[in-house]
Design a protein around this ligand. Sequence first.
Ligand SMILES: [Zn+2]
Length: 393
Amino acid sequence: MCKHPLKGFPIGIWPDSGKPKYKIVSYNTDFVRFDGDYWHALQGVPFGDYVSEFIEIPCGQCIECRLQYARDWANRCMLEAQYHDENWFLTLTYDDDHLPDRHELVNCDTGEIVPSPIVSLNKDELSSFMKRLRKNTGQTDFFSFYFFRRANGYLLLNFRKVELRDGMVLLLSPHQQQEWHVNEVELDYTFLIFREDFMRTFIADKFFVYRLLYYYQTDTPPYLFAEPEELTEYMRLLKKIKQELQHPVVDTYNLIVSVLYYLLVIINRAYAQTYRLPVEVPKNNYAFKFKDLLEKHIRTTQRVQEYADMLRVSRITLNNSVMAQFGVSAIHLLKQRLLEELKNELLFSNLNVSQLADEFHFSDPSHLMRFFKKETGKTFTQYLMNYKRGIYE
Ligand SMILES: [Zn+2]
Protein backbone atom coordinates (compact mmCIF):
# COMPACT_ATOMS: atom_id res chain seq x y z
CA MET A 1 0.00 0.00 0.00
CA CYS A 2 1.09 3.52 -0.81
CA LYS A 3 2.81 5.33 2.08
CA HIS A 4 1.81 8.80 0.91
CA PRO A 5 -1.46 8.51 -0.98
CA LEU A 6 -3.35 11.51 -2.34
CA LYS A 7 -7.08 12.11 -2.07
CA GLY A 8 -9.32 12.17 -5.12
CA PHE A 9 -12.70 13.94 -4.67
CA PRO A 10 -15.29 13.13 -7.35
CA ILE A 11 -16.45 16.50 -8.69
CA GLY A 12 -18.34 15.48 -11.80
CA ILE A 13 -18.31 13.30 -14.90
CA TRP A 14 -16.07 13.56 -17.95
CA PRO A 15 -18.51 14.15 -20.81
CA ASP A 16 -16.56 12.07 -23.36
CA SER A 17 -15.94 8.91 -21.35
CA GLY A 18 -18.66 9.19 -18.71
CA LYS A 19 -16.02 8.41 -16.09
CA PRO A 20 -15.87 10.30 -12.81
CA LYS A 21 -13.72 13.40 -12.75
CA TYR A 22 -11.57 13.80 -9.65
CA LYS A 23 -9.99 16.75 -7.96
CA ILE A 24 -6.68 15.31 -6.75
CA VAL A 25 -5.23 16.98 -3.67
CA SER A 26 -2.94 16.23 -0.74
CA TYR A 27 -4.05 13.80 1.98
CA ASN A 28 -4.56 16.45 4.69
CA THR A 29 -7.53 17.90 2.74
CA ASP A 30 -10.90 17.26 4.41
CA PHE A 31 -13.22 18.45 1.65
CA VAL A 32 -13.24 20.37 -1.62
CA ARG A 33 -15.57 23.28 -2.25
CA PHE A 34 -16.68 24.96 -5.46
CA ASP A 35 -16.71 28.76 -5.43
CA GLY A 36 -18.39 29.14 -8.83
CA ASP A 37 -15.04 29.16 -10.72
CA TYR A 38 -12.75 26.74 -9.03
CA TRP A 39 -12.58 23.76 -6.65
CA HIS A 40 -10.65 24.61 -3.47
CA ALA A 41 -8.97 22.08 -1.16
CA LEU A 42 -9.94 22.88 2.42
CA GLN A 43 -9.53 21.55 5.95
CA GLY A 44 -11.98 21.51 8.87
CA VAL A 45 -15.78 21.35 8.89
CA PRO A 46 -17.34 21.34 5.39
CA PHE A 47 -19.62 24.18 4.34
CA GLY A 48 -21.34 25.47 1.21
CA ASP A 49 -21.18 23.54 -2.06
CA TYR A 50 -18.73 20.82 -1.04
CA VAL A 51 -17.66 17.23 -1.65
CA SER A 52 -16.20 15.27 1.25
CA GLU A 53 -16.21 11.64 0.08
CA PHE A 54 -12.97 10.66 -1.61
CA ILE A 55 -10.90 7.79 -2.91
CA GLU A 56 -7.21 7.18 -2.15
CA ILE A 57 -4.89 7.65 -5.08
CA PRO A 58 -1.38 6.15 -4.94
CA CYS A 59 1.34 8.79 -5.17
CA GLY A 60 3.41 6.84 -7.68
CA GLN A 61 6.62 8.01 -6.00
CA CYS A 62 7.06 6.10 -2.74
CA ILE A 63 8.79 2.73 -2.53
CA GLU A 64 5.48 0.84 -2.24
CA CYS A 65 4.14 2.52 -5.37
CA ARG A 66 7.32 1.70 -7.26
CA LEU A 67 7.16 -1.91 -6.14
CA GLN A 68 3.52 -2.06 -7.17
CA TYR A 69 4.46 -0.62 -10.57
CA ALA A 70 7.11 -3.32 -10.92
CA ARG A 71 4.59 -6.02 -9.91
CA ASP A 72 2.08 -4.73 -12.46
CA TRP A 73 4.73 -4.99 -15.15
CA ALA A 74 5.76 -8.45 -13.99
CA ASN A 75 2.12 -9.59 -14.18
CA ARG A 76 1.74 -8.09 -17.60
CA CYS A 77 4.93 -9.85 -18.77
CA MET A 78 3.74 -13.19 -17.38
CA LEU A 79 0.41 -12.86 -19.15
CA GLU A 80 2.03 -11.83 -22.43
CA ALA A 81 4.63 -14.57 -22.14
CA GLN A 82 1.98 -17.30 -22.44
CA TYR A 83 1.44 -16.35 -26.06
CA HIS A 84 5.04 -16.69 -27.23
CA ASP A 85 7.73 -19.37 -27.31
CA GLU A 86 10.50 -16.92 -26.51
CA ASN A 87 10.32 -13.78 -24.45
CA TRP A 88 12.83 -11.07 -23.80
CA PHE A 89 12.56 -8.16 -21.44
CA LEU A 90 14.91 -5.33 -22.29
CA THR A 91 15.57 -1.97 -20.75
CA LEU A 92 17.47 0.29 -23.11
CA THR A 93 19.34 3.31 -21.82
CA TYR A 94 21.89 5.69 -23.30
CA ASP A 95 25.35 5.90 -21.84
CA ASP A 96 26.71 9.42 -21.34
CA ASP A 97 28.84 9.35 -24.46
CA HIS A 98 25.93 8.51 -26.74
CA LEU A 99 23.18 10.80 -25.51
CA PRO A 100 21.25 12.21 -28.45
CA ASP A 101 21.42 15.95 -29.15
CA ARG A 102 19.03 17.95 -27.04
CA HIS A 103 16.23 20.01 -28.48
CA GLU A 104 16.54 23.76 -28.25
CA LEU A 105 14.15 25.85 -26.19
CA VAL A 106 13.64 29.58 -25.85
CA ASN A 107 14.15 30.92 -22.34
CA CYS A 108 11.05 33.13 -21.90
CA ASP A 109 12.77 35.53 -19.51
CA THR A 110 15.90 36.28 -21.50
CA GLY A 111 14.91 35.31 -25.04
CA GLU A 112 18.01 33.10 -25.14
CA ILE A 113 18.04 29.82 -27.05
CA VAL A 114 19.14 27.10 -24.63
CA PRO A 115 19.41 23.30 -24.86
CA SER A 116 16.43 21.52 -23.36
CA PRO A 117 17.20 19.96 -19.98
CA ILE A 118 15.34 16.87 -21.12
CA VAL A 119 17.12 14.31 -23.27
CA SER A 120 14.77 12.14 -25.21
CA LEU A 121 14.91 9.00 -27.30
CA ASN A 122 16.05 9.21 -30.89
CA LYS A 123 13.50 6.90 -32.50
CA ASP A 124 15.77 5.97 -35.44
CA GLU A 125 18.20 4.47 -32.99
CA LEU A 126 15.51 2.25 -31.52
CA SER A 127 14.50 0.96 -34.93
CA SER A 128 18.09 0.29 -35.97
CA PHE A 129 18.62 -1.52 -32.66
CA MET A 130 15.62 -3.73 -33.40
CA LYS A 131 17.07 -4.56 -36.83
CA ARG A 132 20.43 -5.52 -35.41
CA LEU A 133 18.69 -7.54 -32.72
CA ARG A 134 16.72 -9.50 -35.30
CA LYS A 135 19.84 -10.12 -37.37
CA ASN A 136 21.68 -11.44 -34.36
CA THR A 137 18.91 -13.58 -32.97
CA GLY A 138 20.09 -17.13 -32.59
CA GLN A 139 23.38 -15.97 -31.18
CA THR A 140 24.25 -14.97 -27.65
CA ASP A 141 26.85 -12.75 -26.13
CA PHE A 142 27.46 -15.31 -23.43
CA PHE A 143 30.06 -17.93 -22.94
CA SER A 144 28.25 -21.18 -22.40
CA PHE A 145 29.93 -24.38 -21.26
CA TYR A 146 28.28 -27.78 -21.27
CA PHE A 147 29.65 -30.59 -19.15
CA PHE A 148 28.12 -33.76 -20.56
CA ARG A 149 27.91 -36.87 -18.46
CA ARG A 150 25.67 -38.48 -21.05
CA ALA A 151 25.31 -37.04 -24.53
CA ASN A 152 23.74 -37.79 -27.90
CA GLY A 153 23.13 -36.10 -31.23
CA TYR A 154 25.06 -33.15 -32.57
CA LEU A 155 25.33 -29.39 -32.52
CA LEU A 156 25.68 -27.16 -35.58
CA LEU A 157 27.99 -24.44 -34.36
CA ASN A 158 28.29 -21.74 -36.99
CA PHE A 159 29.16 -23.93 -39.97
CA ARG A 160 30.73 -26.76 -37.96
CA LYS A 161 29.14 -30.01 -36.90
CA VAL A 162 30.05 -31.15 -33.40
CA GLU A 163 29.09 -34.72 -32.50
CA LEU A 164 28.24 -34.81 -28.81
CA ARG A 165 29.86 -37.54 -26.70
CA ASP A 166 29.79 -38.67 -23.08
CA GLY A 167 32.38 -36.88 -20.94
CA MET A 168 32.62 -33.98 -23.37
CA VAL A 169 33.16 -30.45 -22.13
CA LEU A 170 31.79 -28.15 -24.79
CA LEU A 171 33.12 -24.59 -24.72
CA LEU A 172 31.00 -22.14 -26.66
CA SER A 173 32.18 -18.59 -27.22
CA PRO A 174 29.86 -15.61 -27.65
CA HIS A 175 28.31 -14.80 -31.02
CA GLN A 176 28.26 -18.30 -32.43
CA GLN A 177 25.19 -19.59 -34.21
CA GLN A 178 23.85 -22.65 -32.44
CA GLU A 179 21.46 -25.26 -33.73
CA TRP A 180 20.98 -28.28 -31.48
CA HIS A 181 20.00 -31.71 -32.78
CA VAL A 182 19.65 -33.76 -29.62
CA ASN A 183 17.26 -35.88 -27.68
CA GLU A 184 16.96 -33.64 -24.64
CA VAL A 185 15.48 -36.36 -22.41
CA GLU A 186 18.52 -38.59 -22.87
CA LEU A 187 21.01 -35.83 -22.08
CA ASP A 188 22.68 -35.56 -18.70
CA TYR A 189 24.71 -32.41 -18.36
CA THR A 190 25.56 -29.37 -16.28
CA PHE A 191 25.52 -25.98 -17.84
CA LEU A 192 27.53 -22.84 -17.07
CA ILE A 193 26.79 -19.49 -18.63
CA PHE A 194 28.51 -16.16 -18.06
CA ARG A 195 29.20 -12.93 -19.82
CA GLU A 196 32.63 -11.89 -20.91
CA ASP A 197 32.41 -8.56 -19.11
CA PHE A 198 31.48 -10.33 -15.89
CA MET A 199 35.15 -11.27 -15.65
CA ARG A 200 36.50 -8.10 -17.19
CA THR A 201 34.99 -5.87 -14.56
CA PHE A 202 36.32 -7.76 -11.61
CA ILE A 203 39.66 -8.99 -12.78
CA ALA A 204 42.23 -6.41 -13.76
CA ASP A 205 43.27 -8.46 -16.76
CA LYS A 206 41.82 -7.00 -19.90
CA PHE A 207 42.98 -9.87 -22.06
CA PHE A 208 41.95 -12.71 -19.84
CA VAL A 209 39.38 -14.15 -22.22
CA TYR A 210 41.86 -14.01 -25.07
CA ARG A 211 44.23 -16.06 -23.00
CA LEU A 212 41.58 -18.75 -23.00
CA LEU A 213 42.79 -20.90 -25.84
CA TYR A 214 39.32 -22.11 -26.78
CA TYR A 215 37.94 -18.60 -27.23
CA TYR A 216 37.04 -18.34 -30.91
CA GLN A 217 39.55 -21.03 -31.66
CA THR A 218 39.29 -22.00 -35.28
CA ASP A 219 42.06 -24.60 -35.67
CA THR A 220 41.18 -26.76 -32.70
CA PRO A 221 37.67 -27.93 -31.83
CA PRO A 222 35.52 -26.14 -29.25
CA TYR A 223 35.55 -29.04 -26.80
CA LEU A 224 37.71 -31.40 -24.81
CA PHE A 225 37.13 -34.70 -23.07
CA ALA A 226 37.39 -34.82 -19.30
CA GLU A 227 38.65 -37.77 -17.29
CA PRO A 228 36.13 -38.83 -14.61
CA GLU A 229 38.18 -37.23 -11.82
CA GLU A 230 38.49 -33.99 -13.81
CA LEU A 231 34.75 -33.94 -14.40
CA THR A 232 34.22 -34.48 -10.65
CA GLU A 233 36.39 -31.46 -9.92
CA TYR A 234 34.52 -29.31 -12.46
CA MET A 235 31.21 -30.41 -10.92
CA ARG A 236 32.46 -29.55 -7.43
CA LEU A 237 33.30 -26.00 -8.56
CA LEU A 238 30.02 -25.57 -10.44
CA LYS A 239 28.12 -26.74 -7.38
CA LYS A 240 29.93 -24.13 -5.31
CA ILE A 241 28.89 -21.39 -7.75
CA LYS A 242 25.32 -22.64 -7.72
CA GLN A 243 25.15 -22.70 -3.91
CA GLU A 244 26.39 -19.13 -3.77
CA LEU A 245 23.82 -18.02 -6.33
CA GLN A 246 21.04 -19.67 -4.37
CA HIS A 247 22.05 -18.19 -1.04
CA PRO A 248 23.85 -14.95 -1.79
CA VAL A 249 25.69 -13.13 0.98
CA VAL A 250 27.74 -9.98 0.98
CA ASP A 251 30.83 -11.41 -0.70
CA THR A 252 29.07 -13.85 -3.05
CA TYR A 253 30.20 -11.97 -6.10
CA ASN A 254 33.87 -12.16 -5.17
CA LEU A 255 33.59 -15.83 -4.44
CA ILE A 256 31.86 -16.61 -7.71
CA VAL A 257 34.37 -14.62 -9.73
CA SER A 258 37.29 -16.39 -8.09
CA VAL A 259 35.82 -19.87 -8.45
CA LEU A 260 34.90 -19.16 -12.07
CA TYR A 261 38.37 -17.77 -12.73
CA TYR A 262 39.95 -20.89 -11.27
CA LEU A 263 37.63 -23.14 -13.28
CA LEU A 264 38.43 -21.33 -16.53
CA VAL A 265 42.15 -21.59 -15.90
CA ILE A 266 42.14 -25.34 -15.21
CA ILE A 267 39.94 -25.96 -18.26
CA ASN A 268 42.37 -23.86 -20.28
CA ARG A 269 45.27 -26.00 -19.10
CA ALA A 270 43.43 -29.19 -19.96
CA TYR A 271 42.58 -27.77 -23.37
CA ALA A 272 46.20 -26.77 -24.04
CA GLN A 273 47.33 -30.25 -23.04
CA THR A 274 44.77 -32.00 -25.24
CA TYR A 275 45.71 -30.06 -28.35
CA ARG A 276 49.41 -29.52 -27.52
CA LEU A 277 49.10 -25.76 -27.54
CA PRO A 278 51.82 -23.49 -26.16
CA VAL A 279 51.51 -22.67 -22.48
CA GLU A 280 54.57 -20.44 -22.05
CA VAL A 281 54.22 -17.26 -20.09
CA PRO A 282 53.91 -14.52 -22.70
CA LYS A 283 56.66 -11.90 -22.87
CA ASN A 284 54.11 -9.33 -24.01
CA ASN A 285 50.42 -8.93 -24.77
CA TYR A 286 50.66 -8.39 -28.53
CA ALA A 287 49.13 -11.75 -29.42
CA PHE A 288 46.09 -11.10 -27.19
CA LYS A 289 45.77 -7.53 -28.36
CA PHE A 290 45.88 -8.82 -31.93
CA LYS A 291 43.00 -11.22 -31.21
CA ASP A 292 41.09 -8.42 -29.54
CA LEU A 293 41.62 -6.16 -32.58
CA LEU A 294 40.63 -8.97 -34.95
CA GLU A 295 37.27 -9.24 -33.20
CA LYS A 296 36.72 -5.54 -33.73
CA HIS A 297 38.12 -4.94 -37.20
CA ILE A 298 38.02 -8.19 -39.16
CA ARG A 299 35.39 -6.88 -41.56
CA THR A 300 37.36 -3.81 -42.51
CA THR A 301 41.01 -4.59 -41.94
CA GLN A 302 42.61 -7.69 -43.37
CA ARG A 303 46.35 -7.11 -43.47
CA VAL A 304 48.66 -8.15 -40.66
CA GLN A 305 50.73 -5.00 -41.32
CA GLU A 306 47.71 -2.81 -40.51
CA TYR A 307 47.26 -4.58 -37.17
CA ALA A 308 50.98 -4.29 -36.46
CA ASP A 309 50.64 -0.55 -37.11
CA MET A 310 47.70 -0.30 -34.72
CA LEU A 311 49.82 -2.02 -32.07
CA ARG A 312 52.88 0.07 -32.97
CA VAL A 313 55.12 -2.94 -33.40
CA SER A 314 56.76 -4.50 -36.43
CA ARG A 315 55.04 -7.26 -38.33
CA ILE A 316 57.81 -9.64 -37.33
CA THR A 317 57.38 -8.89 -33.62
CA LEU A 318 53.63 -9.40 -33.90
CA ASN A 319 54.07 -12.62 -35.80
CA ASN A 320 56.57 -13.95 -33.26
CA SER A 321 54.25 -13.29 -30.32
CA VAL A 322 51.27 -14.86 -32.09
CA MET A 323 53.41 -17.89 -32.93
CA ALA A 324 54.62 -18.20 -29.33
CA GLN A 325 51.12 -17.81 -27.92
CA PHE A 326 48.86 -19.66 -30.31
CA GLY A 327 51.27 -21.83 -32.28
CA VAL A 328 50.20 -20.41 -35.66
CA SER A 329 51.26 -17.40 -37.74
CA ALA A 330 49.51 -14.04 -37.53
CA ILE A 331 48.36 -14.28 -41.13
CA HIS A 332 46.90 -17.73 -40.48
CA LEU A 333 44.97 -16.50 -37.46
CA LEU A 334 43.69 -13.54 -39.44
CA LYS A 335 42.60 -15.65 -42.41
CA GLN A 336 40.84 -18.18 -40.19
CA ARG A 337 38.95 -15.43 -38.40
CA LEU A 338 38.02 -13.79 -41.71
CA LEU A 339 36.78 -17.08 -43.16
CA GLU A 340 34.74 -17.76 -40.03
CA GLU A 341 33.05 -14.40 -40.40
CA LEU A 342 32.54 -14.83 -44.15
CA LYS A 343 31.01 -18.30 -43.83
CA ASN A 344 28.63 -17.10 -41.14
CA GLU A 345 27.57 -14.14 -43.19
CA LEU A 346 27.14 -16.35 -46.23
CA LEU A 347 24.99 -18.88 -44.39
CA PHE A 348 23.02 -16.67 -42.04
CA SER A 349 22.47 -13.38 -43.84
CA ASN A 350 20.91 -12.70 -47.20
CA LEU A 351 23.80 -10.74 -48.66
CA ASN A 352 24.85 -11.54 -52.21
CA VAL A 353 28.51 -11.73 -53.22
CA SER A 354 28.86 -8.10 -54.18
CA GLN A 355 27.19 -6.96 -50.95
CA LEU A 356 29.52 -9.30 -49.07
CA ALA A 357 32.50 -7.79 -50.87
CA ASP A 358 31.31 -4.32 -49.82
CA GLU A 359 30.69 -5.39 -46.25
CA PHE A 360 34.19 -6.87 -45.97
CA HIS A 361 35.89 -4.02 -47.83
CA PHE A 362 37.10 -6.13 -50.74
CA SER A 363 37.73 -3.84 -53.71
CA ASP A 364 36.00 -6.25 -56.08
CA PRO A 365 33.65 -9.25 -55.69
CA SER A 366 36.04 -11.33 -57.80
CA HIS A 367 38.82 -10.79 -55.24
CA LEU A 368 36.54 -12.06 -52.53
CA MET A 369 35.53 -15.12 -54.55
CA ARG A 370 39.17 -15.91 -55.35
CA PHE A 371 40.16 -15.59 -51.70
CA PHE A 372 37.36 -17.91 -50.59
CA LYS A 373 38.11 -20.52 -53.24
CA LYS A 374 41.84 -20.45 -52.47
CA GLU A 375 41.30 -20.91 -48.72
CA THR A 376 38.43 -23.40 -48.72
CA GLY A 377 38.85 -25.13 -52.09
CA LYS A 378 35.19 -24.34 -52.79
CA THR A 379 33.25 -21.62 -54.52
CA PHE A 380 30.52 -19.85 -52.56
CA THR A 381 27.88 -21.84 -54.44
CA GLN A 382 29.58 -25.18 -53.75
CA TYR A 383 29.93 -24.22 -50.12
CA LEU A 384 26.25 -23.34 -49.77
CA MET A 385 25.17 -26.48 -51.65
CA ASN A 386 27.33 -28.67 -49.41
CA TYR A 387 25.91 -27.05 -46.30
CA LYS A 388 22.37 -27.69 -47.47
CA ARG A 389 23.30 -31.33 -48.16
CA GLY A 390 24.58 -31.65 -44.60
CA ILE A 391 28.31 -31.42 -45.28
CA TYR A 392 29.52 -29.12 -42.54
CA GLU A 393 33.13 -27.94 -42.62
ZN1 LIG B 1 2.94 5.89 -3.05
